[in-house]
Ligand binder design. Structure first.
Ligand code: FAD
Ligand code: EPU
Length: 357
């Protein structure tokens, strides 16, 4: 362990309790940053010691495929406050969340304050900082729908800058931080515009179904409860069965690509379900494709495909020394090959993979 000013850097740190897949990777260097000053110290430490930096939140969207020579920086900046910088509508409030705040805690806190618009994103694991990296989305809402701006530290210069919505280039499970700006920033806070009157959005099929027999008004608290109940019914709790949620993105296909697939597959097996997107594109549920192939419940070594949600790969052996990461990645490849062979669709892995595969 070494100390540079306020920052404590540990060496050979096991990351098992820092990733929701429970993988046993060891980081050569590890520290916790609870202020911008800590982040700047971490950047300087990494530069001096020629280490790559991995900013880490809740570890619920990463796969540590091997031991890592790097400085893992656990981002732990805390605080939620109304920001005075919103030029928005009178019906809204701009709220600034520090990057280390737990996402679901933040959603519940906002509900308790009468700040609405995040209920559909209930119970998503992880922290505020990473929520913008992949533009988290669920039950008909994405964080980009509420986003105003963020602050971040540039990893090369240490400069603190602000980025607006256009600069973040959000789309489904995407942002500039996975493309052009990959690894270039450590996010320190995110400002969202929330409504001071309830926004009830129950258009997503599972939510519509949940409230089908409901008579009377629906409150934001009821939407939070509904999302939480639906999620519990199909997604495994990482504390019980380690996982990173969806292992693949839902593919977005053009109408002409889908028509070609329909002409080959649909003729004999029935039409692939699809959800219309802007500009003539369609989102296809990858979980459905995996289920059609009879792969749900399949196991490979330590890895398995969850029996209630085909998109989720789980680690059955996080309590052993087995090489679980290679089983998970081999199973992911197997799914990709099977889906491609039948549907001619290339599934894209959603979590970020670190280390050598
Ligand atoms: P981490 O796993 O810690 O990090 C993810 C990536 O972001 C890494 O590359 C990391 O380096 C980077 N990063 C983290 N913090 C920062 C920062 N401050 N600055 C710069 N880079 C940073 N996602 C959805 O969108 N919708 C869902 O419905 C959903 N359901 C899930 C259900 C389960 C059971 C699980 C396990 C996961 C689910 N996820 C879902 C995925 C995951 O929860 C989200 O991607 C979440 O935002 C990840 O947050 P994290 O803090 O755990 O990120
Ligand atoms: N489906 C199946 N079999 C399965 C899974 C799904 O047939 O094994 C079908 C469902 O019956 C439904 C459709 O696929 O008709 C969509 O299913 P669901 O509503 O469960 O959503 P999803 O597309 O499987 C996505 C996100 C989830 C998010 C939910 C709710 C992606 C990659 N995944 O899953 O996000 O919670 O919608 O909005 O977009 C995550 O990213 O980790 C995650 C869990």
């Amino acid at each position: 362990m070494s100390r540079s000013y306020g920052l404590v850097v540990e060496t050979d740190k096991c990351l098992q309790s820092y990733n929701s897949l429970g993988l046993l990777s060891v980081a050569s260097h590890f520290c916790t940053a609870s202020s911008i000053a800590h982040i700047l110290e971490a950047l300087a430490y990494a530069k001096t010691n020629q280490l790559d930096i991995i900013p880490l939140g809740g570890g619920s969207n990463v796969v540590f495929a091997s031991d890592l020579r790097c400085l893992v920086v656990c981002i732990s900046l805390l605080g939620i406050k109304v920001s005075g910088t919103d030029g928005g509508t009178p019906n809204s409030v701009a709220v600034r969340f520090a990057a280390g705040e737990n996402w679901d805690h933040a959603v519940r806190y906002c509900l308790s304050q009468g700040w609405y618009g995040l209920e559909n994103l209930a119970c998503i694991p992880g922290n505020i900082g990473a929520s913008v990296i992949q533009n988290i989305g669920a039950y008909g809402v994405e964080i980009s729908d509420r986003f105003i701006s963020l602050s971040a530290v540039k990893t090369d210069t240490g400069e603190v800058i602000s980025l607006n919505k256009d600069q973040c280039r959000f789309s489904y499970r995407e942002s500039a931080f996975k493309q052009l700006l990959k690894d270039k920033f450590i996010i320190t806070d995110v400002t969202l515009r929330l409504s001071i009157t309830p926004i009830i959005n129950i258009d997503y099929p599972a939510l519509k179904h949940y409230f089908a027999d409901h008579v009377g008004d629906i409150s934001s608290e009821m939407v939070y409860k509904a999302v939480s109940t639906i999620r519990q019914s199909k997604l495994p709790d990482p504390d019980v069965l380690p996982n990173v949620g969806s292992f693949f993105k839902n593919p977005t296909l053009s109408a002409s690509t889908l028509a070609k697939i329909d002409s080959k597959y649909g003729r004999t097996q029935g039409q692939i379900p699809r959800f219309e997107q802007p500009q003539g594109y369609f989102k296809v549920p990858a979980g459905w494709l995996i289920e059609q192939l009879g792969l749900k419940g399949l196991r490979h070594g330590a890895a398995g495909i969850h029996d209630k949600q085909g998109l989720v790969l789980v680690n059955y052996k996080s309590d052993t020394d087995d090489d679980c990461a290679s089983d998970i990645l081999a199973l992911a490849r197997h799914i990709q090959e099977k889906v491609f062979a039948t549907f001619f669709i290339q599934l894209e892995i959603e979590p970020r993979i670190y280390g050598s595969v």
